[in-house]
Every structure is written in structure tokens, then in C-alpha cells.
Design a protein. Structure first.
Length: 228
């Protein structure tokens, strides 16, 4: 994955003003953005996903322009073929595990049948060990099972990149270590490029093939990270 980003975004709330500035080029399968809470990491991820439109600049993945302020290009999230995993997983409470996964398989499908079956859904139920809980709803699952369901829903559409917003923050220490190892092994097996944001040094140690540092809305690296 080649990720070329040069964006600016100003957010205002009352008298408060927050400036997001990110200019970098990353090439590889694992990009980690690290910084304290409130640094702008989640906002950057939403820009990549198309959930937030920058004021200026561009976003390109593998040479395809997803956003360009000068050219007036802003692809909607569903046209970017990237999967966004929210920090709280954002599972649909009224759908069971099978339905939640199937939701990611077909755009605009609001309520897949409770017993929906397809080769891709079956594949991910098995890959994440979720077959025994396929009929259960999110409130009946453990933290690890909820995360696996969210990952399966993200991956069922075969995205070209996976965007992860603090994926282990909601887990206890023991489960965090276990799920970190699972995601590490899964990503190596599937070779799905990913951008992960975190404030945890352990995440950086495991996934930090390329590490970007964000503070007060400004993203930086020790070396020049701009694309040429």
C-alpha cells in the first residue's frame, strides 16, 4: 500500500479552534499513528475513510485519488473500498453475529436474514471462531467476540485497506494482549494493509512497520515523510 496524504482541516466549536495538518507518504502493510488523546488521530482516520472532508490538500491510495480539493474530488466512504473499525466496534445491537457480518457483504443491506448464509460469511465465522455464537446478539458476547465480529464485518467485503481506531482500548489487559496477537497473525496471513491509531507503546512495538507521530493536530516523522 502506498498512502500519500497532504491535508488540512480546521474545526471550530464555540471559541475553540482545532487545526489538523498531516503531510506524509507511507509505503508498506502496517502504518501506526501514535499520539495522546485529543491529538487528532481519529480525525485523520476519518479523513482517510471519507467520513470527514478536509479543507485543502489531497488523499491518494496506491495512486488513486480519493480526495483532491483543487480538482473537486471527494469519493464517498462506500466508493473507497477501505474498511473502518470503530473503537467501540459499532455493531448493530438488533442483529445477531451472522447478520452483522453479512451487513458488510452487501452495500445498502439494512437487515440481512437472521439465518443468512454465503461462502464469505461462513468463511469469516470459521476464521474468527464465531460459529458457535453466530445466533447471538452483541450484548451477549464477550469483548473479544465483539471485536472479532467487527473485524469479520470489515473484512467480508475484501477491502484494500483496514483502518483501525484504537482497536484494543476497550479490552482488559489480558484480552488486549491476546487480541493483539490474533490481529498480528491475521494480518500476516491475509496481507491486508492497515492503518492503526493508538496511544499504546505495545501496539507500536507489534505493528509499527512505519510509525507516524501526532501531537496537537500535527503529524510528523523524524525524517521527511512527504511523497515526491
Amino acid at each position: 500500500m502506498r498512502l500519500d496524504v497532504d491535508i488540512r482541516k480546521t474545526l471550530r466549536s464555540g471559541h475553540r479552534v482545532f487545526e489538523l495538518q498531516a503531510r506524509f507518504c507511507a509505503q508498506g502493510e502496517r502504518v501506526v499513528v501514535v499520539g495522546p488523546s485529543g491529538a487528532g488521530k481519529s480525525m485523520l482516520l476519518k479523513v482517510l475513510a471519507g467520513l470527514v472532508r478536509p479543507d485543502a490538500g489531497h488523499v491518494r491510495i496506491d495512486g488513486e485519488t480519493l480526495f483532491d480539493a483543487v480538482q473537486g474530488i471527494h469519493l464517498p466512504p462506500q466508493a473507497r473500498n477501505v474498511a473502518y473499525l470503530f473503537q467501540d466496534y459499532a455493531l448493530f445491537p438488533h442483529l445477531n453475529v451472522r447478520q452483522n457480518i453479512a451487513f458488510g457483504e452487501r452495500r445498502g443491506w439494512r437487515n440481512p436474514p437472521a439465518a443468512h448464509a454465503s461462502p464469505e460469511v461462513e468463511r469469516w465465522l470459521d476464521a474468527f471462531g464465531l460459529r458457535e455464537v453466530a445466533h447471538q446478539h452483541p450484548h451477549e458476547l464477550s469483548g473479544g467476540q465483539r471485536q472479532r465480529t467487527a473485524l469479520a464485518r470489515a473484512l467480508v467485503a475484501r477491502p484494500r485497506a483496514l483502518l483501525l481506531d484504537e482497536p484494543f482500548a476497550a479490552l482488559d489487559t489480558e484480552l488486549r494482549a491476546s487480541m493483539r496477537a490474533e490481529l498480528d497473525a491475521l494480518q500476516r496471513r491475509l496481507q491486508v494493509p492497515m492503518v492503526l491509531i493508538t496511544h499504546d507503546p505495545q501496539d507500536v512495538q507489534v505493528f509499527g512497520e512505519q510509525v507516524l507521530y501526532m501531537h496537537d493536530g500535527v503529524l510528523r516523522r523524524k525524517e521527511d515523510a512527504a511523497c515526491t
